[in-house]
Design a protein. Structure first.
Length: 574
């Protein structure tokens, strides 16, 4: 055996990818590098401005600036190792925690545009510089195999005659890539309109929303939940975070409009806020609640954060999940973090932010995600999971409490309008007609009739998955009943196990059965019930809504009635 050491021809394969596509999965995530740098330079204002129909973006801050030497030796130098900066009086005053650690400077936008320019005047120096690089040229040469140090070159000019009080940094990118421009040019709603997903917003408004999530800026409202429910002591984590952000005085604007953290919970689909339950949904402890997470002195990772869990799905949907922030800056977006399993249905009703410290070693190079198998990340995720599990219990308790209140309100006969409630919405599911009329099945055996209040009760309580599953079961039992009464039980059983067939096979049997000649539309109705029931039972990614059940209500009823009729035709009179 021969041992040797090999030197790969081009070890920097990743750099090629970075140079041609950029390190970031999205433009806003790339912008966060610059905004973070402005933050670290103690800027109190950062203005992002698009020009020339989104071909050009400038990011200007009023921070302490940098010298041409700082730029050459630090910002523009790719292979430098992490540097430490001594605390300055400015740092003391703003109590800012430095975001940058192993900056990749201009590399953040290399893949997104054709030209990068930076201008800066360092505080107290009276001197400024301008440096630029042709990114398009850089990419072409680099792809042809030229060494990085031959192409990573900046044109630099300096001037001396600045006022001593002037200091700023301005980064400009020109020739923004077409696909990014197209997104930015998209027309759509503005942040003041109601929207269910940020994809309904115009491109710039979506970016403004996204930057508000990413950047360490104040909330749009005082807190991410209505301040009338905030108690200083109980909600210390939220009040602390909000106060810190305020003290930070970090103001970001996009085309002159403020960039703020848009989180404001609870956030329901407006349709949800119409019925008898509506007011209860907005009450803390009844419709939603906030749970806090905090590390202890012996924790491996320091963290604090909140989870807000509300009765129904969160809108805009981009807020669903948990956002992890490192030194105030979002790492990626709100995510489900694989918290599923125990709380699958609750996940879409949950939004939270967790501020962590000491997790740098688990951070990926792109600063958009963590290494998910890193022990520290795994450990943190487990802590979040514990909190989520505890909340899942409360989530159910709140729902029961609300339903009880709604029912009590209806018994008293006072709806929101003061009009007596309709009979149909009766509180006792045994007599409920909410979805399927009990009369239809009254001649059927108990094992079928007892399913009716289950469908209706579940529907009334808005347990739509349960309702869809029981509805599927009713169809199954009706078909089995039909065959059993005719003495054809074997036709609907598995020959080896004698178990009854599943609904799909039952429908197939019924459909091909020349003795019965069941109508096509009955088969179609059965198939639609089956489809929804299957989804409810097996597809945890979707949540069955009222509208899904409503859509098949009449075909389900008709299918039931026809089956009952067919059963009756053959049945010995009771
Ligand atoms: N907007 C800015 N204002 C002042 N200095 C800046 C600015 N952007 C970058 N710098 C300087 O360039 C350095 C390198 O930035 P960067 O590559 O992002 O690394 P990091 O942020 O991790 O330090 C910063 O530490 C800072 O000294
Ligand atoms: Mg940086």
């Amino acid at each position: 055996m021969e041992n040797r050491i090999v030197t790969p021809k081009d070890p920097s394969i990743d750099l090629i990818r970075i140079l041609s596509e950029g390190t970031y999965t999205s433009f806003p995530q790339a912008l966060k590098e610059f905004i973070s740098n402005s933050h670290d330079a103690f800027a109190t204002e950062v203005a992002l401005r698009f020009e020339d129909d989104f071909a050009t973006l400038s990011i200007r801050d009023n921070g302490e600036g940098m010298s041409a030497d700082d730029f050459t030796n630090v910002f523009a130098s790719i292979a430098r190792t992490g540097q430490k900066t001594p605390p300055t009086p400015e740092a003391e005053r703003l109590k800012r925690e430095r975001i940058g650690r192993f900056g990749i400077g201009a590399l953040a936008v290399v893949g997104t545009a054709e030209k990068f320019t930076i201008r800066s005047v360092k505080k107290g120096s009276g001197k400024g510089f301008l440096a630029s690089i042709d990114l398009k040229d850089l990419r072409t040469h680099y792809e042809k195999g030229e060494d990085l140090d031959k192409v990573w070159r900046f044109a630099l000019s300096e001037w001396q005659d600045e006022k001593n009080s002037t200091h700023f940094t301005e980064v400009t990118v020109d020739g923004i890539r077409n696909d990014i421009r197209q997104i930015l040019q998209r027309s759509g709603k503005s942040l003041t309109d109601p929207f269910q997903s940020t994809s309904e917003l115009s491109g710039v408004e979506e970016l403004r929303w996204q930057l508000g999530i990413i950047c360490p800026v104040e909330y749009v409202h005082e807190y991410p939940i209505p301040s009338k429910y905030v108690k200083a002591e109980e909600d210390r984590i939220l009040t602390d975070v909000s106060k810190r952000l305020e003290k930070n005085q970090f103001e970001v604007t996009l085309n002159g409009l403020p960039v703020k953290n848009p989180t404001y919970l609870p956030g329901y689909d407006p349709d949800k806020l119409k019925g008898a339950e509506a007011k209860l949904l907005l009450r803390r402890g009844l419709g939603y609640d906030v749970k806090y997470l905090e590390s202890t002195a012996d924790s491996k990772v320091t963290y604090k954060g909140y989870l807000c869990v509300q009765a129904y799905q969160i809108f805009p949907q981009e807020l669903r999940g948990i956002l992890i922030r490192l030194r105030g800056v979002a790492i990626g977006w709100h995510r489900a973090l694989n918290l599923g399993a125990s709380a699958a249905t609750m996940l879409t009703s949950m939004s939270g932010e967790v501020w962590v410290g000491g997790l740098d070693e688990a951070l990926q190079f792109d600063r958009e995600s963590f290494r998910e198998d890193h022990p520290l990340f795994v450990w943190l995720r487990d802590r979040i999971q514990e909190a989520v599990n505890a909340e899942a219990v409360k989530f159910r308790e709140r729902s029961a409490k609300r339903m009880a209140m709604v029912r009590r309100g209806q018994k008293k006969g006072t709806g929101k309008s003061g009009k007596p409630k309709r009979e149909k919405k009766s509180a006792d599911p045994r007599y409920s007609h909410a979805y399927l009329q009990p009369e239809i099945l009254e001649k059927m055996p108990e094992y079928i009739t007892r399913l009716i209040p289950q469908v209706n009760g579940a529907y009334e309580r808005e347990w739509y998955e349960a309702a869809a599953m029981v509805l599927r079961r009713i169809m199954e039992t009706l078909i089995i009943e039909l065959y059993t009464r005719r003495g054809w039980t074997q036709d609907v059983q598995d020959p080896t196990s004698n178990e009854f067939l599943m609904l799909k096979a039952l429908i197939d049997q019924l459909n091909g059965d020349a003795r019965l000649r069941v109508q096509r539309r009955t088969i179609d109705g059965l198939n639609r019930v089956k489809e929804l029931g299957d989804t409810a039972a097996h597809d945890f990614r979707v949540r069955i809504r009222k509208s899904d059940l409503d859509r098949i209500q009449s075909v389900a009823r008709l299918a039931c009635e026809r089956l009952v009729f067919t059963i009756g035709e053959s049945a010995p009179t009771p």
